[in-house]
Ligand binder design. Sequence first.
Ligand code: GLY
Length: 377
Amino acid sequence: MTNEETKQWAEQVFEKIDEKLQVEVKRLGDKIPYVPDEKTGLYQEDKGETDPVWWTNGFWAGMLWQMYHATENEVYKKAAESNEETLDKAFDIYTGLHHDVGFMWLHTAVANYRLTGNERSKARGLHAAHLLAGRYNPRGKFIRSWNRDRAGWVIIDSMLNIPLLYWAEDTLGDPRFGYVAQDHADKVMQDIVRADGSVNHIGVFDPTNGDLLETPAGQGYESGSSWSRGQAWAIYGFALSYLHTGKKEYLEVAKKVSHYFISEVAKTNWVPLVDFRAPKEPVMWDTSAGMCAACGFLEIAKHVPDYEKELYTDAAVNILQATFEKHGIKELEKDGLIDHATGSYHDERWTEVPIIYSDYYFVEAILRLLDKDFLIW
Ligand code: GLY
């Protein structure tokens, strides 16, 4: 496909997304969606009611802000504002909050502030950034993930949350936030990314000195395997850390993990398996890994010389086209844009279903192809 053909394709997809999301916003009202009901194919559960601290509660608003930015349709803005206000309940609950506060407030409050300058949103974003920075372990030099008795646990997903700290650094002119984010990224780069370009999901560190103790299985097949969404978190996460710091090692590691991801996903016609190192059977897909990786590839393409760009843009376009063709949900009567996302290899609850974060990255990637996106991260 030429660049012109890719743009035409993306423009057609964008029109379909716009048509479908307008229907979804109307149908959904003020609910915060996660996964549509299996029987009806419609969003029924309202995560704002059932689980205000749930880690995905910002993605719907993030998608709406991206669409508002691209279309200026106030319907999107209103629904995104409502999602942001609902999340104030999560600040009140507090004890259930975790390292995923980046996902929750970058896509709601920070996005709002970036687009409208709303001061209340800025305060919410800064509140969340302080919560994230408060999880920093100054001996181990990492931000702890999750809660309970896991003081030394770090998961690769955290790389998509630390952009909240880069934003706080810029907004307050306070380099502390950047130091915390960079210490964390350095630790992940050193101990969680593997030499062959694949990535562990979890690193367990001694919380008193930061020594790596073990790398247990997480949402992938087993310890030592290669959970595809984890690989995607690394690709996009390190690309974003490079964007915010200019530190070349971050770009190099984002490229290294990308090359590994591309060589794996090309084997399955550009839709990723849940885990690149799981047994051949059962075959299980995770479209969300491809959608997130595609955003990462498009970010990397902005920072490499012209002769390298094609590798990343072609991979992104191949993944987007293959996924939309095979797993795009085109019917207006059903909720969700992209099917066959999977939460976790061993958790049957959300296997090969539409999940809100897959939709978010899909929308962002399509808008990136059209230069209609804005930076939420
Ligand atoms: N951050 C959790 C996940 O990727 O499923």
